[in-house]
Ligand binder design. Sequence first.
Ligand SMILES: *Cc1c(COP(=O)(O)O)cnc(C)c1O
Length: 458
Amino acid sequence: MDSAFRTLPPVHRLLDEPALATYIDVLGASAVKAVVNETLSGARRDIAAGTLPPIAYDALLERIAERLANEEAAGLMPVINGTGILLHTNLGRAPLAAEALAAIAAIGGSYSNLEFDLVNGSRGSRYARVSGLIEELTGCEDALVVNNCAAAVLLVLDTFAKARDVIVSRNQLVEIGGGFRLPEVVTRSGARLVEVGTTNRVYLRDFEDALTPTTALLMRSHASNYRIEGFVADVEPAEIAALGRRAGVRTLEDLGSGALIDLAPYGLPHERTVAEALADGIEVVTFSGDKLLGGPQAGIIAGKRDAIMHLRANPLLRALRVDKATLAALAATLRLYTEPDGVERIPLYAMLAVDVVTLRARADRILGDLGLGPLEARIVDTTASVGGGAAPLAPIASAGIAVRPPGHDPDAVAARLRRLRPPIVGRTKGGEFHLDLRAVSAADDSRIVAALRREFAS
Ligand SMILES: *Cc1c(COP(=O)(O)O)cnc(C)c1O
């Protein structure tokens, strides 16, 4: 058994192996050493237990390399999004505009006047700069920014509806991705959920009948990821807003996706904008920063001055507040909406604006550069979508490439492309591997060619 222990190589020899040394740059020397040590200890335990034959050097090396690869894959890194879903929550939703990135670099890398009034030399407001822009873009009286839209809803409920009633229509008790279920959010915030109407038909009188002295809030939620069709009746938001005013009850609309502009010019169905919700008289509107706004993760609360003042005074805000990098990126993104041709500099809108003919031409060029036969790869017309709970049902004409891996299944291709750096993420469909080019930067086309060439060469 002693000789078996002696077959195990010393740590330094393993660390000198090029296959392991490449990980030192990404993971750091101590992390690599720790994995080597752990794997060696495991091998020593196996020998001591006498259950397995002593591991061969190459097998040991492979075992360590696999563990390091898994550890590296767990790190955060850029990914090429070939799924055709523009706001893919699992892939980080909206990529930021160059202006937003520059703002993060400028503000994040130094001290700033985040909460400092340079004119008076006194404490200033963290939110004042962005709220001005949000007012200009939505017509709200005041605004507040928190960590994400879920936090925004929570703050509103905690401020106005704790231990009181929130009336929501049954056709809006949504679950969106990532564990956000409206009934649970309402309940967890300490408010009482009062459901009115039915799944398919809701009338204003349902809301009126449910009003009691303990009613705190009439709440609407955006039906962002589902549709009820057929025998339906719904209440107009403006009617809810008017009822709220008549009854002296606050109104909240959780828009979620938060469009600031009309999406019709991008060939998408009209998506209710923040300005429209406010114009309908809704007191408080909540929406995300990283959905249709195209900015960083944030939750924006726009509304009437008096309502925002109460929200600002809630101590919970301290726990939900955004950092300087987020505020810098958000302000830079919002500023683009105020500039001529600024919206096209927001990556989401640049991607939406690309003509499908251009995408087909890119797919054609990729196929040409790949030099594969028609049985191995082809151009496909695909259907992209905005995703992220924003107009997710609306198909966007798109194009990409489909590869038919000779002899091995498309899932294997998908797995291998995920192992590339940057990883390429696509979809498997009908025995093929599909890469939709709508959310792929044209600058990445050559990377895709190189990666697929290697994949098909081997
Ligand atoms: C996406 C969404 C949320 C949650 O937004 P986050 O910014 O991810 O917290 C809440 N409500 C609706 C209607 C949404 O679509």
